[in-house]
Design a binder for this molecule. Structure first.
Ligand code: G16
Length: 550
């Protein structure tokens, strides 16, 4: 092919018209909105993914159809670049332009512009691997996506119904197949085998962990966790909960990582399952986020969020690097966002370099690539660990001089296999946490006591136009609407240990407010005051003002 197959695109595009009056935006995690409005977007993304592959010399691009933590009626789609990382930022604007072309003619014109501007050689092959989560709107959206593949003549591989991190794994495995950087077998079997094998090696000689409860959010994580269990055998006793992926309305409903993080309590249906002293974790709808929690001996709930996971993981890796005798060769660093609890930042910064970046895995991932070993976790449980190519080389070639060094070196090598380095992966992260708890002989309560969280509160505010909210300084300062930040500062000053920031969500049509303070009642009060301020300043209807806003 040297020219766009205009006729094929035209015919199929007419079957997937863009709804009038809607504007789509490629945001924090791709396009995400009501599933029923996304047909044209999926068709166009099918073509866009093919063009992206052609631009990259026929390397395989990933397409994931999911809306992750969002409610069941939402859906979305995101592109994955060849190394398994998020789509390069400069293409986000192309994606938005292509999705918003008003007619078939305008769409073809947008594609032609893209081909010229991005210097795409149409004679290259186009290869894509795609998958979806369990949302009811998924099959129809996949059909639209496949029409896009057909229109451009894409060689497409169907990854089926699977988790977002497995799709990222597949992309990297396909693109590194047969090279010295091979990431593993390019199949789900390859993924589970890689995780389970390294997990078992890391647990050799350690006491078998107590059973851990996994809340699968009634999403695709249930399917993957069941499969993982087969590979783990009896190395980790697991109790699966919220595994209903067929009943409508259950996905992410009163369960899952986002529910636990926002409500700071057990999913209601786990109340009778959990025993004092037990630990559990929640996945989100596409299993890329992980939230741990435990009950203490008195049955009180303690949340072990992404920040606590980062603290646990970073400390363990630093310790192993030191034990391996590689302290002066390998520097470990941590990346967080403004949502990181102030106490976690303090704890980590006393031990390691810590960087703060805007929300969104892509920002954290890129910042983490600057360290020899970069640990990144968002407070919401989204994160992983990256080992730089030179660090992997060092680990592979280092000659240990004592048996203790050799053991630690092996642990680090096995960690590079256990951790899904392409993106946050709830199941891989869960195994990582279990390994560290087993090595440290920590209970959930002991892990929790690494530091005490500052009380905090997260509130959503529905506004007419979230795009009116603009931030700077890793989202810690609001620069628009003008004057609002000064008013927030005035409020914050009144609270001991107070901190609050406001930012537009990239995945939901809301503005998010975060607040923390020394006392829980104060953190709540500050959050609801700031939320009230945001609501009023953004011209919210007084009659619909949520009653908890102050
Ligand atoms: C996505 C991103 C995360 C981000 C989250 C919330 O997660 O991948 O990095 O933290 O959205 O973003 P926002 O506050 O902008 O809505 P997921 O799990 O929904 O794909």
């Amino acid at each position: 092919m040297t020219e766009l197959p205009i006729q094929a695109i035209k015919t199929l595009s007419d079957a997937h018209p863009k709804p009038t009056g809607l504007t789509f935006q490629y945001g924090t995690a791709g396009f995400r909105t009501l599933g029923s409005t996304l047909d044209s977007v999926l068709f166009r993304v099918g073509i866009l993914a093919g063009l992206r592959s052609k631009r990259l010399d026929g390397r395989t691009i990933g397409v994931m159809v999911t809306a992750s933590h969002n409610p069941e009626q939402d859906n979305g789609v995101k592109l994955v670049d060849p190394r398994g990382e998020m789509l390069e930022a400069s293409w986000e604007a192309h994606a938005t332009a292509v999705a918003n072309a008003a007619s078939t003619e305008a769409f073809i014109e947008a594609l032609s512009n893209l081909i010229v501007n991005a210097k795409i050689d149409l004679s290259k092959p186009a290869r894509v691997v795609y998958a979806r989560d369990t949302r009811p709107s998924g099959p129809a959206l996949i059909a639209a996506l496949e029409d896009g593949f057909k229109a451009l003549g894409v060689e497409a591989r169907d990854g089926g119904v699977t988790t977002t991190p497995i799709l990222h794994y597949l992309v990297k495995a396909i693109n590194t197949k047969g090279t010295k950087d091979s990431y593993g077998e390019d199949s789900e079997d390859g993924y589970y085998t890689k995780l389970a094998t390294s997990f078992k090696k890391l647990l050799v000689g350690k006491a078998k962990p107590d059973p851990v409860v996994i809340d699968c959010a009634n999403g695709v994580g249930a399917k993957a966790a069941e499969k993982l269990l087969e590979y783990l055998g009896d190395s980790l006793p697991i109790i699966l909960e919220n595994t209903d992926i067929t009943t409508r309305g259950k996905l992410n409903d009163s369960c899952g990582a986002d529910f636990v993080k926002t409500m700071q309590k057990l999913p209601p249906n786990l109340v009778d399952v959990m025993k004092p002293g037990q630990r559990a974790c929640s996945l989100d709808g596409d299993a890329d986020r992980l939230m741990y929690y435990c009950l203490d001996e008195r049955g009180a709930f303690h949340m072990l969020d992404g920040d606590k996971i980062a603290a646990l993981v970073a400390a363990f890796i630093v310790e192993q690097v030191k034990l391996a005798g590689l302290e002066s060769d390998i520097k470990v660093g941590v990346v967080q966002t403004a949502y990181a609890n102030g106490a976690s930042t303090k704890y980590l910064a006393e031990r390691l370099p810590v960087k703060c970046v805007p929300t969104g895995v892509k920002h954290l991932h890129h910042a983490a690539e600057h360290y020899d070993i970069g640990v990144y976790f968002e407070a919401n449980g989204h994160g992983t660990v990256l080992f730089s190519p030179s660090t992997q080389q060092t680990l592979a070639t280092h000659e240990p001089s004592t048996p203790a060094q050799s053991t630690a070196l092996n642990h680090l090598l096995n960690l590079t296999q256990l951790i899904n380095q392409t993106v946050g992966d709830a199941l891989s992260d869960m195994l990582l946490v279990e390994v560290i708890l087993a090595h440290k002989s920590y209970s959930g309560v002991e892990w929790n006591s690494l530091y005490a969280d500052l009380p905090n509160r997260l509130v959503k505010v529905v506004v007419a136009d979230r795009n009116a909210f603009k931030t700077e300084n890793a989202e810690r300062i609001l620069v628009s609407p003008p004057g609002l930040q000064a008013k927030i500062n005035e409020l914050v000053k009144r609270y001991e240990g107070g901190r609050s920031f406001v930012r537009p969500s990239g995945t939901e049509d809301v503005v998010r407010v975060y607040a923390e303070a020394l006392l829980k009642t104060q953190a709540d009060e500050l959050a609801f005051r700031v939320a009230g301020l945001v609501y009023d300043e953004a011209g919210g209807d007084p009659a619909k003002r949520p009653k908890e806003f102050i």
